[in-house]
Design a protein around this ligand. Sequence first.
Ligand SMILES: Nc1ncnc2c1ncn2[C@@H]1O[C@H](COP(=O)(O)OP(=O)(O)OP(=O)(O)O)[C@@H](O)[C@H]1O
Length: 863
Amino acid sequence: MPVKRKAVDEVAGRASKRSTPAPSARASPSESESDSEYEVDEEGNEIEFDEAQKARARRELDAIKRFNKNSQFSNIASRNVKHSRLFGAKDFRESKLKQDHENRPIWIDARVSDGSSKGPKITLEAFGPNAAKATDLLTTIAEPVSRPAHLHEYRFTEHSLYAALSVGLKGDDIINALEKFSKTGVPDEVKEFIYKNTLTYGKVRIVLRNNRFWVECDDAETINKLLQDTVIHSCKAAGAEVETGIVQTKATVIQGTEQAKGLTQANKSEVPRDDPTLEDERMIAALRDEDDDDDTYKRTHTFEIAPGKRESVSAQCLEIGLPAVSEYDFANDKVNAFLNIDLKPQTQIRPYQEKALSKMFGNGRGKSGIIVLPCGAGKTLVGITAACHIKKSIVVLCTSAMSVYQWANEFKKWSNVKEEDIAVFSASEKRKFSGKAGVLVSTYSMMSMSAEGQRQVAYDTKQMLDWVQGQEWGLMILDEVHVVPARMFRKVSEQVRAHCKLGLTATLLREDDKITDLNYLIGPKLYEANWMELASQGHIARVQCAEVWCPMSMEFYQEYQKQPPRKQLLFYACNPIKFQVCQFLINYHESHGDKIIVFSDNIFALELYAKKMGKPYICGSTSNNERILVLENFQHNENINTIFLSKIGDTSLDLPEATCLIQISSHYGSRRQEAQRLGRILRAKRRNDEGFNAYFYSLVSKDTTEMAYSAKRQAFLVDQGYAFKTITHLKGLNDDPKLHYRDARERNELLAEVILNSEEHSKIEEVKGNNWSSLSAGGPSAGRKKSAMTGVRRTAGSLAEASGGGIMAPIYAERDRSRKKKENDSAFFGKEVRRQQNAIKKRRDADAEAAREAARKDTNRRY
Ligand SMILES: Nc1ncnc2c1ncn2[C@@H]1O[C@H](COP(=O)(O)OP(=O)(O)OP(=O)(O)O)[C@@H](O)[C@H]1O
């Protein structure tokens, strides 16, 4: 029996088999009419209409046209979208679709600014034909804003256009490519925006070669214009003249790629080229960084800048509308010592890692900027490959002492760098490399301890800082770059004279607006990976996300409403129904072979849940040995399938066994924390098993402020394409006899505890002494060795800061624990003091127990 599919549906805006236009799109009637007369059978084969059917279709079409003519929608369109603008989104109905718009996947919004952000917006139909090629183009010329499953949104910015220029594209190339992919043509406003930003950007380059700065331009006219400016002219090196020469602009082959290993291009695993209708191979080749022999060499005009005048030239170039970009010509740097470092032969970088690096080394020179890859996608290897490419001294800055050792180990794991060529600068270890060039790994806080700083700098630290200052560094790698505030970065820049900077992060976002600082401090975002694409390729796990609504039990909700906001947290975190949901999910996933991490920022709730369910937990106060024990058991003991973690487990936790994550209390509306936590299960070992999914549950107490926070927290992940399902009811929850808090007495006791503790414990954890060395890639035992070696304590900045809400997320102050211990041990009255402290503690515990008992009785009486 044939299934009728009339193309009139399409005119009415409904979906058809042939095309999937954007919801508000309407093809011009002539195009629709020519398409209108067919039907398809169950196999999908087209069948011709007979005359009667054609007549009926025409009548329906006429009716729809009449309706559209009279409808309010057609009025909006004819009024040139005067009102639709009020709704924020672009209405494409007034745009004329191209004849073959079905083969073209992008919509371009003509508006250069929508009030909140600048730059034209592009919407990509990720399901349409040519979407893969259009994605290649858009990731090269625009910034991804949001990439859910079917419709992706991008935006042009000055920086994204500059990044496009740096891989050899020109303004005309960009417009021509857009024209090919666009359904409606490139609006004039957008062309103007592209020309304006590509005409000047990249025309002037400040190149660092052999420790001397040069101004470089492609055309003589621009260099003459610069020299006519009195300020720039005065910054020219004494006796320097304009030199004209040829420079190599071809991208060098990135190590660790198949190309580097001499494999043929034909064997490359890349996005398939499925479309013969679009023929601009040259543009596509540029996007894919393929060989383009014509562009290998280019003529340039240069003059040298006088020592110390680089900043002035840069500022003046900006002033006269010719912003200069900085490049490091490392291949021709004969002054700085060569570092013998290569990736090990067996190291193979992944296609997205190669793509990210090709943006950095697009024309054979090093450009500073930021690479954004999801947690667990291998940022470390990207940094190491960049180091192997530059082959000069490298400095790596991380957020904690633990990461310092991880980076040093990863260098040894992936590259052939010699042990003696790796220097470490942390609170507990200060080791220089022996040769002229090497790799130094340190923390932001160590490196920003300047002589004029607030803290007294120890002698060996000062020695080390002087040594760092006395070197020229080819590349500075900034790990977790989103946490670095401008003032700290300036301090670091004073210490480290780096020719090129690479920032690495998974979440280029903070709840304050400090993230834009990174643009001018480090450089533009060079590459941002698509989380969903990486998941579909098996590089990170596929994750099902769900928000589970947990109604508050009646007695809890009554008390919750009476509390001031600062005390409410404990009520919604300890909601007995939330507890039951958590227990139910744990039972369910354990029985399905999952390993589960439960996260709680609130320590009272963490302990309550973990103790009641008899599961191990780790928080800031847990000793290092205990942490290692818990984690080792989680990894290797089949009876330990669930652990509870406080926020100290948000980052740096490498537990590929974990396949399910449940969040019971979190840091308000922090999008970053949500993404970092999700990152803990993205590395799941079983990610390539057939049909495997990891699970991320966020438990939210219904009708509380937690719901608003939860929506905000999810925003970043939703933009990455994760769909959060809302679960309002768990089947079987009410009938499960094993669940706690099923009877009112038990709930009342819990309520009494919560009331009693709400003053003191309605907070989230302050991270102190967080040493995650045990969680490194080397596994728990590696961690044990390291922690014994380092013996450092780290205290974090304020909590708001840690989530990005303040000026600085974890600023770690490191100090030697052994010294503190010695001080305590040598205290003359040490023993007596400890005895008295124990007595006081015992008395306090007894008082607290008595108060708890009284409160319990009181609540039992009331409910
Ligand atoms: N090209 C590659 N080949 C094989 N393994 C890789 C490759 N790239 C990364 N990995 C592995 O992926 C895992 C995650 O890498 P890494 O720790 O660098 O991720 P990350 O992006 O820094 O994560 P996070 O943001 O959570 O710190 C590591 O076990 C690493 O060895």
